[in-house]
Design a protein around this ligand. Sequence first.
Ligand SMILES: *Cc1c(COP(=O)(O)O)cnc(C)c1O
Length: 811
Amino acid sequence: MDTKTVPATIGTPPTADDIREGMIKKLVYAVGKDPEHATIQDWSTALGLIVRDHVVDHWFRATRESYTRKDKRVYYLSMEFLIGRLFNDAIANLQIEPAVVEALSTLGLNLKDLLGQESDAALGNGGLGRLAACFLDSMSRLAIPAYGYGIRYEHGLFRQRFHDGWQIEEAEDWLVSGHVWEFERPEVRYTIKFGGHISFDGQGKTNWHADETVFAVAYDTPITGWTGAHVNTLRLWSSKPTEILDLRRFNSGDYLNAAEKLIRAETISRVLYPDDTTPEGKELRLKQEFFFTSASLQDLLRRFMMEHGDLKRLPECVSIQMNDTHPAIAVAELMRLLADEHRLPFVEAFEIVRKTLSYTNHTLLPEALERWHVGLFRKVLPRHMQIIEWIDYHHLAEVQARNLPIALEDIRIIGHGSEIRMGNLAFIGSKRVNGVSALHTELMKQTVFADFHRIYPDRIVNQTNGITPRRWLYECNPPLRKLLIDAIGTGWIADLEKIEAAAPLATDASFKERYAAAKRENKVRLAGEILRRTGIKVDPSAMFDVQIKRIHEYKRQLLNILETIALYHAIRRMPDAEWTPRVKIFGGKAAPGYHVAKQIIKLANDVAKLVNSDPLIGDKLKVAFLPNYNVSLAEVIIPAADLSEQISTAGMEASGTGNMKLALNGALTIGTLDGANVEIGERVGPDNIYIFGLTSDDVAQIRIDGYDPRATIEGDPVLTEVLRSIAEGDFSPDEPGRFHDLTNILYNGDYFLVSADFQSYFQRQRDADHDFRDTSRWTERAILNTANVGWFSSDRTIRGYARDIWKVPVG
Ligand SMILES: *Cc1c(COP(=O)(O)O)cnc(C)c1O
């Protein structure tokens, strides 16, 4: 390597003096502030900039190395990256925390205060987006040369606030005080076309005459792997107009219309759609999907042509992963680039596409697989419509020739001539299709993709989701981190399965005591946050019972609330009995248009109001709904949890990752046999998890046999009393009929089988109450959760993708 180009700082971790001096320089010359007048925000920016310098050194070295080696590259296309804050992540990965803390103390500053200034980049809705963020971390950890590609939303997921217990959405503005982690690359930009018509020149050249074009401009964020040994790039695209201002209109005094094109173009990367299952604002959503997919493919093809040149080699040099169907248009867009721009014959282009792309499925609900009306699709993407017609026909002919007993209509991409099924397009255009937990993959083979599985028995594979142990233990849980390092060393940070060495310590008295003390410290911290954010005072020695995730009927927060009410009634009847004090902690956002989910939030808040102020109840039961659940809040709640609620209707949660984070931090799970709960149960053992309720097979059978929710409710006096109390307005005396819709759903449909699972859930909760009173035994079981879930590291997941799908070596 040319030593002249290697910055001197590489390999020499900064001292406290380096950091202090560096920060002062950044403050003065980059932030433009005199230290005497600097705010905490200014100092935070200065710290970010100095940490960033160290990240950048590693980043350039790693990028140069993979260019020289011409390694196979992985491209992870995702509509969402829920990365949260990055300062602490970089400090942790570079292992410079002691130097930073020391430097700050000489400046009279506190690291926590500075970290708290960073905005939380919420470029995602929930699990799917957080998975993409954990994968970036693990790809860097494993030194896989990879790019994450997505959209640089100007406004991420809305900020949630409660007004009188109702969810209020406010625009989020993470970019407002500057985001030090991104580098704008104005020179890296691509033209993205929409609409118009297609012409053929008779010489085999196809031209797409668009009626709207925008630029996609790159913004790069370095993603630091453990120790900084490898750093990858998250490249997010921002939409910019191709013409700046209509000067003719402007000069004629028509200022607003002169800027119209600018506004229209920038709309594409303006907001994240607040739902990851149903396409809303259809045309704009379709444009967003095409926008980032096209820009990413153009970018990676440019890089490929520079490095290799021969398009036939694309599959051996490049793997592209589509996170859900949002980037599934990649199948047609890559075809278009290969055939129309690079002049490959369609058949050859299609072979290359099918060896390069892979698709991760995240849902079994057929209604949640994206579909576009042919009319809209043809209007926005006329050339892709033609290409999809070709693929559909070509594929149909292929399958027909094999004479399989399959209803051909079901495997078409264009359904009934009127809709484009993106799930089918993604499947047909992929080398591998994966599910995200063992159960989900099995159900994929039996349900949504049963026909495809018959045609391509080797295509579907499983890769059970995982979480990065750096963020979800090392960074978010300093007391437990310290204890583990003292007891079993540091190996688990880069290789989480080594955490198993803590299992034998579950019965070691001194380890147990220190483990319990670490949990206690985290609970005290969370109690402080609850008080600060909601005004509710909770006792840290109570059981912290946590359900944090998007609010959705299938996740069944309602089941948890009903159980809370039942417990409330029971305590009121016998206030002097021996109760296990509990704090029910909720967090999660409802999609703005999802009325039932918003009612569930309101009910939780109304129940909290009554329960928390009832003098008969006192500390025996508290209910706290923390507003604005996001990655940063998760990092505070998870280390403090005793019980983890994973109570979805069996067969509906593809995997879950919140379940893994909580188990790793020593919460026992109460859950159904759904998603990755099944695999968590296998690893922690039946004594260290509370499983209840219907299995996915039971649910499937009930869907066939029919289910009488009213009879189920009436057969259960506890549940009947709970629903009576809601319906009569005990929790909403100002408006007794407020929750009529909710009770009506339970009595007259209950698709998510809340009532069917209520009794077994209630019983398992009482088991947990009983067990929690034996604090010593509970701590043992918490330790066994921490020690036995090392397999759920996203490093293990990414090794699986690398081995089974991408065929790339790992470091
Ligand atoms: C992990 C995570 C999720 C996913 O939680 P599930 O319980 O798996 O749905 C959602 N949001 C945030 C902020 C997370 O960190």
